[in-house]
Design a protein around this ligand. Structure first.
Ligand SMILES: Cc1cc2nc3c(=O)[nH]c(=O)nc-3n(C[C@H](O)[C@H](O)[C@H](O)COP(=O)(O)OP(=O)(O)OC[C@H]3O[C@@H](n4cnc5c(N)ncnc54)[C@H](O)[C@@H]3O)c2cc1C
Length: 380
């Protein structure tokens, strides 16, 4: 598909190297990780060894100061080869940027090298049992006590929740101040009072470990406060644009994979004495899916360019998060239909693409929440 993004020779070399890594080191083991409900830690350190984690980080922290196109390549390649449950893109392009943007020099020097090498796996914990879309309703509390903060509360649905070594936790430091009373803390593996619950059994995205986290009198040094007391909500809002762009990029690449697998299948499958591809219904269905995919691609590439220019495209990215993720679900479902009964069998990857797609309209802000944001800009 024609791209408008300014990929240069170095991007192409990086893409080739990463594509080989994914095909050789991830794809052959992916079903095993789906069955186990988690990927091994070595996936992260392996990616770190080759420079595939946080390539944007400054050299002094182990990165190469790469532009955002490298992050686009990683996310698209993982989804494009059907191993999207490897949440390195969450680690590199959603969570680590909090440390990079809001951390002090001391915090960056302490944590970023481990993020780049993969020795420190990251997660971000905002959602609570009673606070999902309505984040301001969070009840997790952090109370200052001398040189520490004491955190009490719980989080749920946390991606990389079992693997994570550093979790950025949102907690209320001043429950009377609404969003201005929220702060972010980096909670490290092994901190007394920090516990992990069960790995949550999901309908899809099995290789991605999703967990509940508990904080019981969890004492975190004040040096682990990120971005300043009461600044948590502001920090979260500043990073939503990239977070939702990343989710949309994964959705887009996954929709493209659905189409590719289905085109291969319908050419091969014969019914009523001819290939399934020869039926007009098949052709029209795939023409519609392909058209939606092309629209998504054009829109997303434009947003990637605007994001790289530093533009505020929160509203447009919300449109992409809403539309591209819904489009992915539609594409996965329609493509699965063309596989007939085989599409409903685990042996066929399209079944996984369909179940994996379902969550895309829910996490990182539901489609309904995206519509709220978009409609706010319509001056209704
Ligand atoms: C696999 C997975 C991974 C996740 N990873 C993370 C993670 O790493 N970190 C993290 O913090 N969270 C994570 N989440 C949580 C995710 O972001 C939340 O599930 C999501 O924000 C929705 O919150 P909720 O589940 O509480 O649903 P609710 O907020 O209870 O929403 C229920 C329904 O109400 C609708 N709704 C909500 N508000 C409105 C409104 N104002 N108007 C109309 N309709 C509305 C919603 O769209 C939805 O349809 C993950 C979730 C899943 C399933």
């Amino acid at each position: 598909m024609q791209r408008i993004l300014p990929f240069k020779e170095e991007h192409r070399l990086f893409k080739d190297a990463f594509a080989k890594f994914v095909a050789g080191k991830l794809v052959p083991h992916y079903q095993e990780w789906e069955d186990q409900g988690i990927v091994p830690r070595e996936v992260f350190t392996g990616m770190g060894d080759y420079g595939f984690l946080c390539p944007w980080a400054e050299e002094k922290y182990g990165g190469v100061g790469a532009d955002f196109l490298y992050s686009v390549i990683v996310a698209e390649e993982l989804a494009g080869q059907g191993v999207r449950g490897v949440f390195s893109w969450l680690h590199s392009d959603i969570v680590a940027p909090y440390i990079d943007s809001f951390g002090t020099e001391e915090q960056k020097a302490r944590w970023l090298p481990g993020c780049v090498s993969g020795e420190k796996i990251l997660a971000v914990a905002m959602t609570e049992p009673g606070a999902g879309s309505d984040l301001a309703a969070m009840r997790t509390r952090a109370v200052r006590d001398g040189e520490d903060y004491v955190i009490n509360g719980s989080k749920t649905f946390i991606s990389n929740g079992i693997l994570a070594d550093l979790v950025i936790v949102a907690a209320k430091t001043d429950p009377t101040s609404g969003p201005k009373g929220v702060s972010l803390f980096v909670v490290e593996r092994g901190t007394p009072g920090f516990g992990r619950g069960r790995r949550i059994e999901k309908v899809g995205l099995h290789a991605q470990d999703t967990a509940e986290l508990f904080f019981e009198d969890c004492r975190v040094p004040a040096a682990n406060l990120l971005g300043g007391e009461g600044k948590g909500f502001q920090c979260l809002m500043k990073k939503l644009q990239q977070e939702r762009l990343m989710v949309s990029l994964v959705a887009q690449a996954s929709a493209e994979r659905c189409l590719k697998l289905t085109i291969d299948y319908v050419k091969d499958r014969k019914i009523f004495g001819k290939p399934l591809a020869a039926f007009q219904n098949t052709q029209f269905t795939l023409a519609e899916v392909a058209s939606e995919i092309q629209v998504g691609r054009s829109f997303l590439d434009t947003l990637v360019l605007r994001h790289m220019e530093g533009a505020d495209v929160v509203k447009e990215v919300s449109m992409a998060k809403y539309w591209v993720c819904e489009m992915e679900s539609r594409a996965a479902s329609r493509c699965l239909q063309l596989f007939g009964g085989y599409g409903y069998c685990k042996e066929y990857e399209i079944s996984r693409l369909w179940t994996d797609a379902r969550v895309q309209t829910i996490y990182a802000g539901t489609s309904e929440v995206m519509k709220l944001i978009i409609s706010r800009g319509l001056e209704l």
